[in-house]
Design a protein around this ligand. Structure first.
Ligand code: ADP
Ligand code: ASP
Ligand code: MG
Length: 413
């Protein structure tokens, strides 16, 4: 029998009514003959009683060991999974619940951001073979020595894909509160378009740049094994977005399978740091020091007398103190956001940067810093300008227009 993995995010399991909708999706998959594995996130978002952020807030300012923090966080998915299992049983669907560890998810010991080392799916498979729906707590695993770990925020997607790969699933369905992967966050751009198909490459770029609809590590695992991912709404019957290795329907010899511009993403909570280097030296000390302290840096510009880069705001103070400890002067600009124009097919296409700069300037949005790669152009802006910058670029690249935004270049012959 074919296995299907269905993952339901926090907002899909937040209320009893929503959980009923969820059971409907599971029932339908069972009815068409799949062996179904269900992965759940903690119920609701910040403020909801058992949401991950709420559990975190319980600690207040009290410090606990990272392993203890992970034990607390892992509870959210356990609560959610057991509640859903009870509901499935009440509907005469034979179901069983497993924690990440019980499901065979073995990770390294990097608490709070653990990587899956391997999956031992025997226990899940035997329950499936008994005709049971297996509900698994997302976002968690266990180390070789039995410590509970969590996989990083948004990590339930990764659980779902890792299980899908280990079980040889036909597909992994990621159910969420929006219609699929869109050309921008629909909470910022109301006419953002749902992409009917997207390549692993494109969605990975979007995810790394802040489109949190899917976790980037989940996409990487899916890409390695070429397992189809469908991202869709829990609350309507729309087809959602199919993530695959290539754009179906594009025939001929492919030059590239990716669009010039796929979408616009955003990420706030950044602080820009400027470090003066009066003697022209010091870069060789600053970056290793930050790395040793596990602080990652972005938007790095190195000039003879100055270093400019960004860090996450929650570590800005620590970064500043570390650098000042080297006897260097640091100026911080908090309240920054990164707006990225993402397009895995933009390499070698002229005019993308020109369009961005002209559009933002016309709107009076100041670019504090910029950087680019083959697949993205990033602009650092003030947090207060972030939404407007996303809306402006979305409009400028006509991403709401199916004809312009969809596959544009790409096939010869
Ligand atoms: P879940 O709890 O289902 O895992 P998440 O909150 O992690 O849901 O991800 C869904 C959210 O991702 C949406 O509510 C939306 O605000 C946000 N999002 C950001 N960028 C995009 C995008 N490009 N397309 C779709 N959703 C996006
Ligand atoms: N509940 C976890 C989080 O809020 C994991 C997830 O939702 O995927 O990050
Ligand atoms: Mg998520």
């Amino acid at each position: 029998m074919k296995v299907l993995v269905q993952k339901f995010g926090g907002t899909s399991v937040a209320s009893p009514e929503q959980r009923l909708v969820v059971t409907g999706h599971i029932e339908r998959a069972c009815r068409v003959g799949y062996q179904v594995v269900v992965v759940v996130s903690a119920m609701g978002r910040r403020g909801a009683p058992y949401a991950t952020d709420t559990l975190l807030e319980l600690l207040g300012d009290n410090e606990v060991e990272p392993r203890e923090r992970d034990l607390l966080l892992a509870c959210g998915e356990v609560i959610s999974g057991v509640v859903l299992t009870g509901l499935l049983k009440s509907k005469d669907l034979p179901a069983v619940f497993l924690t990440g560890g019980q499901a065979g998810i073995i990770t390294d010991a990097q608490f709070g951001d653990a990587r899956i080392l391997r999956v031992e799916p025997r226990r899940i498979q035997s329950y499936l073979d008994q005709g049971r729906v297996v509900v698994v707590a997302g976002f968690q695993g266990v180390t070789e020595s039995g410590e509970v770990t969590t996989l990083g925020r948004g990590g339930s997607d990764t659980t779902a894909v890792a299980l899908g790969v280990a079980l040889g699933a036909e597909a992994v369905e990621i159910f969420t509160d929006v219609d699929g992967v869109k050309t921008a966050d629909p909470h910022i751009v109301s006419d953002a378009r749902t992409l009917s198909t997207i390549t692993y490459n494109e969605v990975c770029q979007m995810a790394y740049e802040g489109a949190k609809v899917i976790h980037p590590r989940a996409v990487e695992i899916a890409r390695q094994k070429n397992i189809p991912l469908r991202i869709k709404s829990t609350f309507n019957d729309g087809p959602g977005t199919l993530v695959v290795a290539w754009q179906p329907g594009v025939t001929g010899v492919h030059i590239s399978r990716d669009r010039v511009i796929t979408g616009i993403t955003h990420m706030d909570g950044l602080t820009q740091l400027r470090v003066s280097l009066p003697s022209g030296e010091g870069a060789g000390e600053v970056f290793p020091l930050l790395a040793q302290n596990n602080i990652s840096v972005d938007f790095i510009n190195i000039f003879p007398g100055e270093l400019v880069f960004t860090v996450k705001s929650e570590v800005a103070r620590q970064a500043r103190e570390l650098i000042e400890g080297l006897g260097l002067k640091v100026t911080a600009r908090p309240g920054c956001a990164k707006v990225a124009t993402v397009g895995a097919g933009m390499r070698g296409v002229p005019g993308v940067m020109a369009t961005i700069v002209t559009a933002l300037e016309r709107e009076g949005i100041k670019i504090l810093q910029s950087a680019d790669s083959y697949t993205s152009i990033w602009c650092l802006v003030d947090r207060k300008d972030m939404e407007r910058a996303v809306q402006t670029l979305h409009r400028e690249f006509k991403l709401n227009d199916g004809k312009t935004g969809e596959v544009k270049v790409y096939a010869v012959g």
